[in-house]
Design a protein around this ligand. Structure first.
Ligand SMILES: Nc1nc2c(c(=O)[nH]1)N[C@H]1C(S)=C(S)[C@@H](COP(=O)(O)OP(=O)(O)OC[C@H]3O[C@@H](n4cnc5c(=O)[nH]c(N)nc54)[C@H](O)[C@@H]3O)O[C@H]1N2
Ligand SMILES: Nc1nc2c(c(=O)[nH]1)N[C@H]1C(S)=C(S)[C@@H](COP(=O)(O)OP(=O)(O)OC[C@H]3O[C@@H](n4cnc5c(=O)[nH]c(N)nc54)[C@H](O)[C@@H]3O)O[C@H]1N2
Ligand SMILES: [Mo]
Length: 754
């Protein structure tokens, strides 16, 4: 089906410029960049208006990331450079009208780069791609909903329907989306979380009884030690640097564990504290451990070894609150230093010093993101981190705890309100009671299982509430194969991306309001990375009068699929308060939802390990899990590649071609390599190489990457996603969470020959 539509962005020759990585994050440059980007895309007055309201108590929730806002005082401008880019890309004045979109075939559009597609602007009207056509055409909302209703009723097996969610969807939209899937009769609810923090959810749930972090923002003020593992906050969670600066100011230490020394962790100038802008900025990390890719489990076991030898543990806490300690102690004692040092790439004496600091800490926070979650042993590694926190008694007190730093601004909320392919029976029972809809209990597909099912011809309808499954998922070609097998693919979205071009036999685009825009049904709500539920109110005029809110789109689909009831879909379409009343009756923790969410800053959801500590586990205690290290044999000619974000992208949305903090300009098709490895292979900066990934006998190829020298451990490489997703094998996943191993791709390298 339209096999000639390009699944990947074109390879163009760019003039790559290599500079020095930046030593200081944010500062004046961060502020000027923010305004420059905003004003160029959205215009002066819209930029000022929106930037004044972002993350304010009565403003809109920045779609840039899930980092929380202060509970108390907030400055006039609570923004960061990347929040500004996220705003500008949505509030842009450019419009992708039906005339423009239909003027080219999907094949022609597919030769545009991802950045060029995004820069076409906001989609203004519902559009359809008919099976015999290569051009999208305008369709009425009514006919579009009808088409979906017919598709659902003609699919004999409910499991032929799949509903994907990207983590920007509000609680209201997500709750309705999950309900729609279940009324269709399936739990096929893959979501971006499957590719993101699923490993954290799985690991933490079984260790501490909740799949979420256990710290509040103010904990950073009183922590005496914060470990930042596998995370690049300077680019991806810039407002986190303020919290880390507070830790430092109050005498605490920050330690970075990352193959790369990321900008922002060295020095940070708060963009909102103008007085400080001219100074040198706050130094953040006291120490940096350049762990080898995938070496964290070993490093954490090394730290645990030192803690156990020191004996400076919280014995009372261990006794009262945990199980599994003795097994863990035996397991860690048996771990061999040679393996720990080889896998982590860090000398024993350095690990011992780190272990001592951790063992001495009275209030320890461990933060992590994709550097831990996207590995084969991700769940085990996260549980090792949790073990360290449990052994030191770092739960249920201020200044301490687990802090998985979420990505998409409402990915955590979506999970809370039911976007889950294996929901709990208690949730389904409550849903059934309150909606009258019979709820299926059989687990559904996650993203990997969806791709397999689609590829094997077992999916007939795919609908996406935002996102870009084609480019975000591993193994781009397999995803394309899968999507092309499907009868109808539907994208509810704001901007065009490659998932609108590589489609099912027929395809629909349903354009929706964004966060920044006025929604006649009222504000929506989201949950940040620390479990605070709060409101988000758009203030800008919608990009087009045709746009509908996500909840209204979902309600109309529901009404067309199930006109006979028992659920009165349309009664939820015009007032978001009504949806919140329903959520409140189904999900614990949301009592007085509509009242409490109108209070300044919203409200915290209950969190046993943080508030008690109490543990919602089968035994009522936190579980210390023991794991062995993976045994890995990497052939001599192979490298380990991690796929990461540049400073100029939001996942698959490419804002620009620079990675300013890393000193890489004007190209994204680069591979960062240690100078020693380049010398050994006789490679010069900018030389073109071809990459082949290897997994379980399968090889995947990608050509023409420019190599650049970078301060990265030997035999480790870094490249940007989504371009590098063609190299990540579908079957290479984290054990227990099924998350693609985007940070561990075994590759071999050849110089490119024309
Ligand atoms: N501006 C901007 N903000 C974003 C996003 C964006 O794309 N752009 N995306 C959002 C989303 S959805 C998410 S999930 C977050 C992602 O936030 P991050 O997790 O910070 O994003 P990545 O670029 O994937 O960076 C992973 C970091 O882990 C390190 N790393 C890789 N492998 C390993 C390893 O084996 N061990 C250790 N210790 N470190 C490793 C890399 O060097 C890198 O610094 O950001 C969110 N915020
Ligand atoms: N190799 C590799 N792959 C990865 C990762 C990695 O580190 N390496 N990271 C993974 C992670 S952490 C994540 S979270 C996923 C992200 O996966 P996704 O969430 O699927 O992808 P995004 O790029 O965030 O989706 C962007 C699209 O969302 C739509 N959109 C934007 N705003 C709105 C809105 O308000 N409403 C609606 N309905 N649509 C909107 C626009 O059309 C835009 O093009 O990617 C994963 N893929
Ligand atoms: Mo993410």
């Amino acid at each position: 089906m339209r096999e000639d539509v390009e699944t990947k962005p074109p390879i163009v020759s760019e003039k790559l410029k290599i500079g020095k990585p930046k030593r200081v994050a944010a500062g004046i440059k961060g502020v000027t960049e923010s305004f420059k980007i905003g004003i160029s895309e959205a215009g002066f007055s819209r930029t000022i208006k929106t930037m004044r309201s972002v993350n304010r108590f009565d403003g809109y929730d920045c779609p840039g990331c899930a980092w929380p806002d202060p509970d108390g005082h907030r400055s006039g401008f609570e923004f960061c450079e990347n929040g500004a880019k996220a705003f500008a890309t949505e509030a842009t004045k450019k419009r992708l009208t039906p005339e423009i979109l239909s003027s080219k075939t999907v094949q022609e559009w597919s030769h545009f780069s991802d950045m060029e597609l995004d820069k076409l602007g906001r989609i203004t009207h519902p559009m359809v791609l008919e099976s015999e056509s290569n051009n999208y055409e305008q369709i009425s909302w009514e006919n579009a909903f009808e088409m979906i209703g017919n598709a659902v009723s003609s699919n004999a097996d409910p499991n032929e329907n799949v509903l994907y969610t990207s983590g920007r969807a509000s609680n209201e939209a997500a709750f309705l989306w999950g309900t729609l899937a279940r009324q269709i009769g399936t739990n096929n609810l893959p979501d971006c979380s499957n590719m993101c923090h699923e490993s954290s959810g799985v690991g933490l749930s079984s260790s501490i009884g909740i799949g979420k972090g256990t710290v509040r923002l103010e904990c950073f003020d009183s922590a005496d030690l914060v470990l930042v593992i596998g995370q690049n906050p300077g680019t991806n969670h810039p407002r986190m640097l303020s919290a880390l600066a507070n830790t430092k100011r109050n005498g605490g230490s920050v330690i970075s564990i990352n193959p790369l020394m990321e900008t922002g962790l060295n020095r940070f100038k708060h963009p909102q504290e103008v007085i400080r802008l001219l100074g040198k900025g706050t130094p953040i990390a006291d120490d940096h451990f350049p762990v080898r890719i995938g070496g964290d489990q070993a490093l954490l076991q090394g730290i645990a070894k030192v803690m156990l030898e020191d004996g400076n543990l919280d014995w009372k806490f261990i006794d009262e609150h945990t199980e599994g300690f003795e097994d863990w102690k035996a397991n860690i004692s048996a771990a061999v230093w040679d393996d720990i040092v080889t896998q982590s790439g860090i000398e024993r004496s350095r690990i011992e010093a780190l272990g001592k600091a951790v063992s001495k800490s009275e209030r320890l926070i461990i933060c992590w993101a994709m550097g831990l979650t996207q590995h084969q042993n991700a769940v085990a590694t996260i549980q090792e981190a949790c073990n360290i926190l449990l052994a030191g008694g770092h739960f249920g007190k201020p200044g301490a705890g687990a802090c998985p730093v979420r990505g998409h601004s409402n990915v955590q909320g979506d999970r809370t309100v039911g976007i889950n392919h294996h929901p709990k029976a208690s949730f389904l029972d409550a849903c059934e009671r309150e909606t009258g809809i019979h709820m299926p209990h059989e687990p559904g597909y996650d993203t990997v299982e969806f791709v397999r099912a689609a590829r094997d011809g077992r999916v007939r309808l795919f609908m996406a509430l935002g996102g870009n499954i084609l480019s975000a998922m591993s193994d781009t070609e397999e995803v394309a194969k899968g999507l092309r097998e499907i009868d109808l693919t539907v994208q509810i979205s704001t901007k065009l991306n490659r998932s609108h071009l590589v489609t099912g036999k027929r395809a629909l685009i349903l354009p929706c309001l964004g966060r920044t825009e006025i929604d006649p049904a009222g504000f929506v709500t989201v949950e940040n990375s620390m479990g605070v539920v709060h409101s988000s109110t758009g203030r800008l005029d919608p990009a087009s009068p045709e746009l509908l809110s996500e909840p209204e789109i979902i309600c109309n689909i529901g009404a067309k699929c199930f006109p006979e009831g028992p659920f009165d879909w349309l009664s939820f379409s015009k007032n978001h308060d009504v949806i919140r009343n329903l959520i409140q009756s189904v999900i614990p923790g949301f009592s007085d939802y509509n009242t409490r969410v109108r209070q300044k800053g919203g409200f915290y959801l209950p969190n046993g390990p943080r508030d008690g500590p109490t543990w919602n586990t089968p035994s009522g205690k936190a579980v210390i899990h023991s794991h062995s290290l993976l045994e890995r044999q990497i052939p001599d000619d192979r490298f380990i590649l991690m796929t990461i974000r540049s400073h100029d992208q939001y996942n698959t949305t490419i804002y620009g071609m620079n990675d300013r903090y890393r000193g890489i300009y004007n190209s994204r098709r680069i591979v960062m390599m240690n100078q020693g490895d380049m010398d050994e292979l006789g490679l010069q900066p900018r030389d073109l190489i071809d990459l082949t990934s290897h997994y379980a006998g399968k090889e995947m190829h990608s050509e023409k990457w420019k190599v650049i020298p970078y301060d990265i451990p030997r035999r480790n490489l870094a490249a940007y996603f989504p371009e590098a997703n063609v190299l990540v094998p579908l079957d290479s996943v984290a054990k227990g969470s099924n998350t693609p191993t985007s940070k561990w791709v075994e590759v071999s390298i050849k110089p490119h020959k024309d």
